[in-house]
Ligand binder design. Structure first.
Ligand code: NAP
Length: 368
């Protein structure tokens, strides 16, 4: 079967590089074009990653494939959609605002950027949570609304902010089982989440914790309600959940750790909470999509887990690992739980998560 021809925008960045890894040898998508800024354009990909001193900035554990290394990098602002069936976009929000609609006029754009996340006709897909989920929990149909309103053949579907991802995926089964009323979260976010440019300076982060990430808390609070909301008619009704968080940057390369405190509307038991978390997304996983892990959530009983170094690669970075699951009784609500999670920010939280979204949309006939 002929594969779907894919392009990656922002291919030289931290998330873009992960798209190359996620697409390497993919059974359905073939990476045919790469683009980045004017700075990288006109160079072979391997050369675009190299600075003037010859240092290569490749941040993935896997080796760069020789085939991808040879591809020529185009200037994204001049790139046409000819010969492309799908675009994976990993550029900063300002560039995304300009670039993504131009491609979406003709082809699907699976994005990691926040530029369009908050528009009413744009779904923020999280696999099994609001994509491939039962009833009005599923937001897939919003793509039809977006195409109709904007007159596009394609569409834009951004993923959540990488900090929202781990929290929303664990909240969904708890919401289904007990009704989440409030959630309070403190994140300890990895350095790779800030990208290459400008990134986080080693002088700032080594031996340190930075207690503020501009704009992050607002994003997590807003997106969580949208993702867990219901699609009613042509619009999403945000979930009526109180969300409050503090986002910090820590001296970790990859994997966001989050301490989550949840108050629920109904009483339950820790055994039920654990069962809900571990069994989450079974019907989505049964589709056997290539980038899906065996489990979306794994629960550890070891009080010293999860740790980013030990747990971020669970399920090839696609499984959220939960530990320290305990009852929470001080937040109000009928009951509650608290836990710590680790979620891989550049895999499930960005590129491979985006590829999984594309696989599902291909399965449903939205990608041709
Ligand atoms: N890093 C994460 O963990 C993560 C997780 C989820 C979402 N995201 C989102 O993903 C996007 C990319 O983040 P990142 O961390 O990968 O950033 P990054 O490492 O700084 O990479 C940015 C990429 O965008 C390209 N670029 C910059 N300006 C451009 C322009 N005007 N036109 C076209 N391309 C341009 C850069 O190309 P040059 O190399 O040529 O400059 C580079 O390829 C952001 O929207 C971010 O919020 C990141």
């Amino acid at each position: 079967m002929e594969r779907i021809r894919a392009a990656v925008l922002g291919a030289t960045g931290v998330a873009g590089q992960q798209f190359l890894v996620a697409l390497d040898g993919h059974p359905s998508f073939e990476l045919v074009r790469l683009a980045a800024s004017e700075r990288s354009a006109g160079k072979r990909y391997a050369d675009a990653l190299r600075d003037a001193s010859g240092r290569t900035s490749w941040y993935c554990k896997e080796a760069l494939s020789e085939e991808h290394a040879r591809l020529m990098v185009e200037d994204a602002s001049k790139m046409s959609s000819d010969g492309i069936d799908i675009v994976f976009a990993a550029v900063e929000s300002d560039a995304a605002r300009e670039l993504e609609p131009r491609f979406a006029e003709r082809v699907p754009v699976i994005s990691t950027a926040s530029a369009y996340r908050y528009e009413a006709d744009v779904p923020v897909f999280l696999p099994a949570v609001n994509l491939g989920a039962p009833g009005p929990d599923d937001h897939t149909r919003l793509i039809d609304v977006q195409r109709r309103r904007r007159g596009w053949k394609g569409f834009i579907t951004p993923g959540p902010n990488c900090t929202t991802t781990g929290m929303a995926i664990t909240l969904k089964p708890l919401h289904d089982a007990f009704g989440v009323e409030k959630v309070v979260m403190t994140s300890l976010q990895a350095v790779s989440g800030a990208g290459r440019t400008p990134g986080v300076s080693a002088l700032d982060i080594v031996d340190n914790v930075i207690p503020y990430i501009a704009g992050e808390e607002e994003k997590v609070e807003r997106e969580t309600k949208k993702i867990l909301g219901l699609l009613e008619g042509d619009a999403i009704r945000p979930a009526a959940i109180g969300v409050s968080c503090t986002c910090t940057r820590v001296n970790v390369l990859e994997g966001h750790t989050e301490a989550v405190f949840v108050a629920t509307k109904r009483r339950g038991s820790l055994a039920e909470a654990r069962e809900a978390l571990e069994g989450f997304g079974r019907s989505f996983l049964d589709l056997g999509l290539p980038s899906a892990p065996a489990r979306l959530i794994a629960v550890s009983d070891d009080p010293y887990r999860p740790q980013p170094r030990l747990d971020r690669d669970a399920g090839s970075g696609m499984t959220t690992v939960v530990g320290r699951l305990r009852e929470e009784t001080t937040l109000g609500g009928a009951w509650g739980v608290k836990y710590v999670l680790v979620s891989h920010n550049t895999r499930m939280g960005a590129a491979k998560g985006g590829v999984l979204v594309a696989e599902y949309l291909l399965h449903k006939g939205y990608v041709k």
